[in-house]
Ligand binder design. Structure first.
Ligand code: CDT
Length: 346
């Protein structure tokens, strides 16, 4: 039984602070149409894909800040973004889209949704759980801020894996499965979403792989030179950018392997306002940790690969067969303790 599917990361280059969504959405649409020509069935767009990465700025006007958010329950009906969902439906391509969400009660979340073309609706929503950066801006006026803790609340939807219909032929279905027959690895693809900084936390990946996730998808806005936040030894901006890309690849490859799943990552990258540098490196990684496709530019670019979900079985049934090898009786600290408690001094 073939479990092959062509997937893509839709990388988006520079978006300036004053760029309206009406200028950016056509760029996303162009990549979506390219995906249609390449028989892609699933496209992952970046984190906060509709505007510049505004948490780097301090806003004193709520009105100005709110322009970066999407308001209202159903993003598919948002006037600026509706054309993207309509096009996804007509091209029969599922999409993941990241955006800043303002709920009716005024809470801000860093959110993404999974839109199923065959269902014509949002199948799943994820709100970023690991918010990096600070609440207050740095005193150093030269520092680049990351004010996500100021503008967003940690996500309240957990790490919920889901199946998406219509992506692979002949998927096993509940209604037709014979009783007693194992359907493990035969149903519609099991998917999960994270957002940017979440990818650095193994707990996030493991929460999904414990639900059998076969593809993890995430967008990111990763500063190339965030020396006030990374806390690394002194480096030139060039070295810092190489290091940021190295860590981004490292966590994606290692966690794809350790969780026996594919991953699709999509960067917002390039030089926003000609000065805020974000790394590129959008990629598709297989369950053995190999990069199967990677962006070649720091601009708008579609990164495409045909993947076979059957390739997840080796890791899930051998090295990382959780049911046989995990030792949960020894993992208690993981959900009981947040920070580090060192052993007593000698
Ligand atoms: N957007 C986002 O989450 N960016 C973070 C930067 C962290 S700055 C220390 C990231 O993990 O890439």
């Amino acid at each position: 039984m073939s479990r092959k599917i062509t997937v893509a990361a839709a990388q988006i280059g520079a978006i300036n602070r004053d760029a309206p969504k009406s200028e950016t959405v056509p760029r996303l649409l162009a990549l979506l149409r390219e995906a249609g020509q390449k028989n892609v069935k699933l496209v992952v767009f970046p984190e906060v894909a509709l505007t510049t990465f505004f948490p780097r700025h301090l806003f004193t006007s709520q009105e100005e800040l709110d322009k970066f958010f999407e308001h209202g329950e159903d993003i598919t009906q948002s006037p600026d973004v509706k054309p993207l969902f309509d096009e996804a439906r007509s091209l029969n391509i599922d999409i993941v889209l990241g955006y800043a969400e303002r709920t009716a009660n005024g809470t801000g979340y860093n959110t993404c949704v999974y839109y199923s073309a065959s269902e014509g609706r949002v199948l799943s929503k994820y709100r970023k759980i690991h918010l990096p950066g600070t609440k207050e801006p740095f005193e150093d006026p030269k520092a680049i801020n990351q004010l996500e803790k100021r503008y967003f609340t940690p996500g309240d939807l957990g790490f919920k894996a889901f199946r998406a219909p219509g992506l692979i032929p002949d998927a096993a279905k509940k209604a037709t499965a014979q009783s007693g027959e194992s359907t493990v690895g035969k149903g519609d693809p099991i998917l999960g979403m994270m957002i940017c900084n979440d990818r650095r936390w193994p707990e996030a990946w493991r929460m999904y792989s414990l639900q059998g996730a076969e593809i993890l998808m995430f967008g990111y806005n990763t500063g190339a030179n965030m020396s006030h936040l990374w806390g690394s030894k002194p480096m030139t901006p060039e070295q810092a950018k190489v290091e940021a890309l190295f860590h981004s690849r490292l966590v994606q490859q290692a966690n794809s392997y350790m969780n026996a799943c594919f991953s699709i990552s999509s960067a917002r990258c390039g030089l926003d306002d000609g000065k805020y540098d974000l790394i590129a490196g959008s990629s598709i990684v297989d369950p053995e940790g190999h990069v199967v496709a990677e962006a070649k530019t720091s601009e708008d670019e579609l990164v495409v690969a045909e993947i076979d979900l059957g390739d997840c079985r080796q890791g899930k049934e051998k090295t990382f067969d959780f049911a046989r090898h995990r030792r949960i009786e020894t993992y208690g600290l993981i959900d009981k303790q947040t920070g580090v408690i060192e052993p007593e001094l000698l």
